[in-house]
Ligand binder design. Structure first.
Ligand SMILES: Cc1cc2nc3c(=O)[nH]c(=O)nc-3n(C[C@H](O)[C@H](O)[C@H](O)COP(=O)(O)OP(=O)(O)OC[C@H]3O[C@@H](n4cnc5c(N)ncnc54)[C@H](O)[C@@H]3O)c2cc1C
Length: 414
């Protein structure tokens, strides 16, 4: 999904106004005060100086878990030495809308640039998306191994990222039709995928997800895979949840283990390396944010954290708490629903299993890691698909290993 940043800002402003939220933009939380096992207040700084706000409950949605850390709650950085890589988003203009720029084309261009000794270059592959309106091309390539808690490290990374942005521009310009591309923007900030997490009452683990553990205090669902960007190789991998389905996120992984009135939201939530790499994405961050907010309000109003009450409120607000666990039959239905042009069954073995609805089957060596699979319309047996302008496959299920293979065209690897 591609979002329009300006429309998003405006929509969020409207939501805050409608909900009566007191908004304090451009304040930075630098400390929090603790009383026994609770937070008592938080102090933020802005151009007016320091301001202290007292509250009965708190949500840390800072991404870096600053509030929890400054308030003396138990936190940790990454997971056992592993921390997801950060990347500086770049936006390029000057590329006509009828010019195709694909991830594969970019990979080739990066390879050629490496061979000519161009640098610094980190990532070879990125999602390539066109922004609505401007048609600008967005890529997530310029990366750095830095520690977001350390200002000097972050500053070096951002400067290195900007240097890379110009190198990637040069690379982009080597793609036919992109000769007049220019850099519209970088960032604005380096994108930190992972920093500190709270240590919670009960960490969500990827084993919970693969075992499809039903959590009694589910307050949100996750559905994204383990999207990992490696700090050493700069390579990206993706491991989807079983059956491509949704999984339960328990309230307990949002509740601080040692600070009774503190909740985590977004990427501060407590997941192990893989669960954290799945839960951190925007849709899931919205869901854990909503849940943490409801839980904090529940505690402030009633003095207790009641999972049943919180679930009731979330359900009334329209939150999705019950995953539709995909069965094999569901998967077939899903392929049909998700693709109004054509769908295809892919296997990861050498033995073709079946061809459904007259569509062609293709085989791939290994579908682990969310391999991209695509055929051009002219390759497809479906006459409907042949008349479509673009690739004809969307979501496909691997019948051999039960993994889903993600859509080729809308695939967003961040
Ligand atoms: C390069 C990149 C590409 C991505 N692409 C996608 C994608 O395509 N789809 C997707 O779903 N997800 C994507 N993600 C993941 C997603 O953007 C983040 O994981 C998600 O934004 C996490 O949300 P969050 O609210 O937890 O943290 P953040 O979005 O980081 O928000 C934290 C906020 O807290 C503020 N803050 C931090 N510390 C303080 C403090 N001390 N005082 C006051 N304010 C503070 C920050 O300024 C920030 O506004 C991408 C991430 C990266 C890095």
């Amino acid at each position: 999904m591609v979002i329009d940043p300006e429309a998003t800002k405006r929509a969020l402003d409207e939501i805050c106004i409608e909900s009566g939220v007191d908004v304090a933009l451009h304040g930075f939380v630098g400390s929090a005060q603790r009383q026994d096992n609770r937070l008592a207040s938080v102090t933020f700084h802005d151009h007016g100086g320091a301001h202290t706000v007292h509250a009965r409950s708190f949500v840390d949605a800072s991404g870096d878990c600053d509030l929890a850390c400054f308030g003396g709650a138990s936190t940790r950085y990454g997971n056992h030495g592993d921390v997801n890589l950060g990347t500086l988003g770049t936006r390029f203009g000057g590329i006509a809308l009828d010019i195709q720029v694909s991830a594969d084309m970019l990979v080739q261009a990066v390879g050629a640039a490496r061979a000519r000794g161009l640098g610094p270059i980190t990532k070879d592959r990125s999602v390539v998306a066109r922004l609505p309106g401007s048609g600008d091309v967005v890529c997530y390539l310029a990366s750095a191994d830095y520690d977001p808690r350390d200002n000097a490290s972050l500053s070096r990374a951002e400067m290195l990222g900007r240097e890379q942005a110009w190198v990637y521009l040069e690379i982009l310009r080597s793609i036919p039709g992109c000769e007049r591309a220019y850099l519209v923007s970088s960032g604005p900030d380096f994108g930190t995928r992972e920093s500190r997490h709270i240590n919670s009452v009960r960490q969500l683990t990827w084993q919970d997800v693969t075992n499809q553990v039903s959590q009694p205090d589910t307050i949100a669902l996750g559905a994204w895979g383990v999207e990992w960007h490696d700090r050493n190789t700069f390579a990206s991998t993706m491991q989807l949840p079983p059956n491509g389905g949704a999984y339960d996120i328990p309230l307990r992984c949002l509740i601080s283990a040692d600070t009774a009135n503190l909740f985590a939201a977004g990427r501060t939530a407590d997941g192990d390396k893989q669960a954290g790499a799945s839960m951190r994405v925007m849709g899931t961050a919205f869901a854990t944010g909503q849940a943490a907010g409801v839980a904090a309000a529940n505690l402030a109003d009633s003095g207790v954290v009641d999972p049943a009450d919180i679930r009731k409120t979330l359900t009334a607000q329209g939150a999705l708490l019950e995953p539709q666990r995909a069965t094999r039959t569901d998967r077939h239905r899903l392929t049909a629903i998700n693709n109004d042009v054509a769908c295809m069954i892919v296997t990861c073995s050498e033995r073709p299993r079946r061809i459904e609805r007259g569509l062609r089957e293709i085989r791939i060596a290994d579908c682990s890691g969310g391999v991209e699979v695509g055929i051009t319309t002219s390759d497809c047996a479906n006459p409907e698909a042949q008349s479509a302008a673009e690739y004809c496959i969307e979501v496909v299920g691997c019948l051999t290993c039960s993994q889903y293979v993600r859509p080729r065209r809308p695939l967003m690897i961040s």
